[in-house]
Design a protein around this ligand. Structure first.
Ligand code: ADP
Ligand code: ASP
Ligand code: MG
Length: 440
């Protein structure tokens, strides 16, 4: 059985929902994971922010506007009167719940409940749309099997057990529809797999059922060799290894949630990226084949903080690095890049929640400099550190100031740290040097 995930744009309009219907209606048994309609999760997050900032009226205004938008989509989607009425009733209950949330005190728990509504709306609407079109489908409620543990990692033991029992009890159909992104936490409260998490839902389910393939259907024809939001003339990559895809997702290629390939790589379950609006395009196939072909793709990760730690009197005496890393461990902060010299180490973090506490500890035995608003640009390709054309990337030194370089940490990844303001120039120039310039 395959798992097919459709993102926000794919379920974001009546026309695209019709495309999704055509893609999945091939008579084969499958699990379909849906995101919220595009834009919905952003609005739900901003409603939660309004509650946090004590602006309930702004929240209610957004809720009413979104309610109207959903009603007009339902009118375009469902001409069957009884299904139309049934879906509007369900949708109204959700919007009434959102209004009730605005009377409450903000908490993360409340925010998680609010942002979970997007996937509940889209799956219910789509399930009823299929019914109208004469296609039988069954809803598998994600909140009855998807859960994370206290480290916010998917709890695969429970997910497998609960998924199997929900699946057994659900009326049989060819098409099973479930919500991406949403889950329960270890205490049974509603939570989520972080923004973009529907991709992760799909591969977690893929691993649990040992799917033959996981397909991620989106609004572009696969992973491109550079970020199409900032660079022109990017091209789709037909094949990526799990390692390459994992590096690109982790270092900012928005098309995939950072953890997408983690659940499926051990079982070598292929992940295919496809375009809902152009299903004929090959897309990208991610599996464990390694094709050595120089730099395959470039991605960028924003909101990075760089920390330079100069050792006071010890000059990198042994034990210094341990002391530094222990502090990051205590404050559960992952380090992305590191470089060292005789007198200092520079490193980067993307989660600066505990930055003040970390700095206070570091300053007890070193001099610390912090630069915010940095960007990691990451170049990925199997064994690129050994490839004869990789040198071309260093032409970038003519164009922008490089704060750090990480080369050789992995054979498949070279990372550069730059000022966020230089990101678009850097991506464009690297595209030129690595993919557009033809060497004679
Ligand atoms: P979905 O809602 O389907 O999950 P996303 O917006 O999360 O879609 O991901 C698709 C978007 O990712 C594309 O429209 C594109 O703008 C962006 N993107 C960023 N980097 C890349 C890349 N290297 N290749 C393809 N798309 C990328
Ligand atoms: N709807 C969620 C988000 O916008 C999850 C997803 O789209 O994957 O982040
Ligand atoms: Mg996405």
């Amino acid at each position: 059985m395959k798992v097919l995930k459709f993102g926000g744009t794919s379920v974001g309009s009546v026309e695209n929902m019709c495309n999704v219907k055509n893609i999945i209606n091939d008579g084969k048994k499958k699990i379909v994971v849906l995101s919220a309609m595009s834009g919905t999760t952003n609005i739900l997050v901003s409603i939660a922010n309004n509650i946090l900032n004590d602006k309930p009226n702004e929240a209610i205004e957004k809720i009413n506007k979104l309610h109207e938008t959903y009603f007009s989509t339902i009118d375009n989607l469902l001409y069957n009167e009884s299904l139309n009425a049934e879906v509007k009733k369900y949708v109204t209950e959700i919007f009434n719940f959102l209004v009730e949330c605005t009377y409450q005190e903000y908490s993360l728990h409340l925010e998680n409940q609010i942002v979970a509504q997007g996937e509940l709306l889209s799956t219910y609407m789509f399930h009823n749309y299929l019914a109208q079109e004469g296609i039988k489908s069954t809803l598998l409620p994600a909140l009855s099997f998807m859960r994370i543990d206290k480290n916010k990692e998917p709890d695969l033991f429970y997910i497998k057990q609960d998924f199997e029992s929900v699946f057994q009890q659900t009326p049989k159909a060819n098409i099973y529809i479930t919500q991406g992104f949403i889950c329960l936490d270890e205490e049974g409260n509603i939570s989520n797999l972080q923004r973009g998490g529907s991709d992760y839902t799909a591969t977690i389910i893929g691993a649990v059922i040992k799917a033959e393939e996981v397909e991620i259907w989106t609004d572009i024809d696969g992973m491109h060799n550079n970020d199409p939001r900032y660079v022109e003339n990017t091209k789709p990559i037909s094949n990526l290894s799990f390692d390459e895809a994992a590096e690109l997702a982790y270092f900012g290629a928005k098309i995939l949630h950072p953890q997408t390939v983690t659940p499926v790589r051990a079982d070598n379950i292929p992940v295919r990226l496809k375009n809902t609006m152009n299903p004929q395009a090959f897309g990208t196939l991610i599996n464990d084949n390694h094709i050595e072909n120089g730099v395959k793709a470039i991605a960028a990760k924003d909101n990075i903080t760089a920390i330079k730690i100069k050792s006071g009197r010890m000059l990198l005496a042994h034990g210094f690095l341990r002391k530094v890393f222990e502090i990051f461990e205590v404050y559960e902060t992952a380090i992305d890049m590191i470089t060292t010299s005789e007198v200092a180490i520079s490193l980067t973090i993307d989660d600066d929640k505990n930055l003040d506490k970390i700095l206070r500890e570091l300053e007890k035995f070193s001099v610390v400099e912090v630069d915010k608003k940095q960007t990691i640009v990451c170049l990925v390709g199997h064994s690129i550190v050994n490839h004869h054309e990789t040198y071309k990337l260093f032409q970038i030194l003519q164009d922008v100031k490089i704060r750090m370089i990480s080369y050789g940490g992995s054979n498949n990844n070279i990372s550069l740290l730059i000022n966020a303001d230089d990101k678009i120039t850097t991506l464009g120039k690297l595209n030129h040097y690595l993919f557009e310039l033809v060497t004679l």
